[in-house]
Design a protein around this ligand. Structure first.
Ligand code: PSZ
Length: 275
C-alpha cells in the first residue's frame, strides 16, 4: 500500500506524472523513519526535521503536519512491518518543466512501509569505510531528494569493498554518504557540528544523549583526516545502521582493528532503548 497525498491506495493506483518536479529536478525532501516491533521510532523528531527541510526549500505539505502523522500511522496499520522503515517524500508537484517555482503546482506526498531487518552481522563485526572527497552542495543540512553526490560516494565505497564512504572537505571529515560519523580520541567522542555541511541525524542526536547517559564526553567539533586515521574508535550512525562500528579505513585498521569498548557500551544502550 502507498500513501499518495491523502489516500492510502494500492501501488498500481498511484499516478506520478513524468513532470513531477521530484522526478525532473529532485525538487523535494524526504525522511526514513525506523520501525521497531511495529512502532515508529523517533517519529516526532523525524517530522520536525521534515518541517524544517520543507521550510528551507519553501515547500508546504498539502495538509497540517498532525494530519500527515495520522496518515502515516494509518499506512503502518494497513501495511504493518515488524522491523522496517517508513519512507516518505514530498515534491513540488507537477508543472511544465521550468526551473522556477510553478505558480499552480500542488505538492505531491508519497510514503510506504518496508520490512528491513537490523544489520546484526555488521553491528557485531563492524564495517570498512572509504574516504572520499565531499563534492556535494553546501546545504547538506536539508534532507533533499538530490542524492547524486551521496550515491556516487556509496558506489565508490562498495567498489573498494567498503560498507560506507566518509566525506572530507579539504582536511575536515564531515559525514558519511548516508550516516553521521563520530571518532573517539583522547577520551572523548568528536563529531562534526550540525551546520550546513552535514545532515543533523536523528540517530546522531539520539546517540549523543546515550553518550551523556553513559558519561562519555562528546564534543561537536570538526576533526581532521589525521584524527580519523589515529582514532581509538570510529562509529557511523543512521536510522538503519544504528551505532555501526568502523573497524578499518581504506584497509588500515582503526585502533587494534576490533570493535571498541565505548562502541559496545553505546550499542548495548541503544538496544535497551529499542527492545
Ligand atoms: O536505509 C538507509 O541506508 C538509510 S536510512 C537513513 C539514511 C540511510 N541516511 C541518513 C543520513 C544521511 O543520508 C546523511 C547524508 N547523513 C546522515 C544521515 C543520518 O541521519 P539519520 O540518523 O536521521 O538517519
Amino acid at each position: 500500500m502507498i500513501l499518495w497525498n491523502d489516500r492510502i491506495v494500492k501501488r498500481e493506483e498511484v499516478q506520478i506524472d513524468i513532470e513531477d518536479r521530484g522526478y525532473q529536478f529532485g525538487d523535494g525532501v524526504y525522511e526514513v523513519i525506523r520501525v521497531y516491533h511495529g512502532k515508529p521510532f523517533q517519529l516526532d523528531e523525524h517530522l520536525e526535521r521534515l518541517e524544517r527541510s520543507l521550510n528551507e526549500i519553501r515547500l508546504a505539505l498539502p495538509y497540517p503536519m498532525e494530519d500527515f502523522k495520522h496518515l502515516l500511522q494509518q499506512l503502518l496499520d494497513k501495511d504493518p512491518v515488524t522491523d522496517g522503515i517508513i519512507y516518505l517524500q514530498v515534491t513540488r508537484g507537477n508543472a511544465l518543466r521550468s526551473h522556477a517555482f510553478p505558480s499552480e503546482a500542488k505538492s505531491v506526498v508519497t510514503a510506504y512501509t518496508r520490512e528491513m531487518p537490523r544489520p546484526t552481522k555488521s553491528l557485531a563485526e563492524g564495517i570498512g569505510a572509504h574516504l572520499t572527497n565531499d563534492i556535494r552542495w553546501l546545504r547538506c543540512d536539508i534532507k533533499s531528494l538530490n542524492l547524486l553526490g551521496n550515491v556516487l560516494a556509496k558506489q565508490e565505497a562498495l567498489d573498494n569493498d567498503c560498507g560506507e564512504a566518509l566525506f572530507h572537505r579539504g582536511d575536515i571529515v564531515t559525514e558519511g554518504s548516508s550516516s553521521n560519523v563520530f571518532i573517539k580520541k583522547d577520551g572523548a567522542w568528536l563529531t562534526h557540528p550540525a551546520n550546513h555541511l552535514i545532515l543533523n541525524g536523528i540517530t546522531r542526536r539520539f546517540v549523543m544523549r546515550l553518550m551523556a547517559d553513559l558519561e562519555m564526553p562528546v564534543k561537536e567539533e570538526a576533526f581532521k583526516i589525521a584524527d580519523l586515521l589515529n582514532a581509538d574508535e570510529v562509529i557511523i550512525t543512521s536510522t538503519t545502521q544504528e551505532v555501526m562500528p568502523v573497524v578499518s579505513i581504506d584497509g588500515e585498521p582503526v585502533g587494534n582493528g576490533e570493535v571498541g569498548e565505548w562502541t559496545r557500551s553505546l550499542q548495548n544502550a541503544f538496544e535497551r532503548h529499542i527492545s
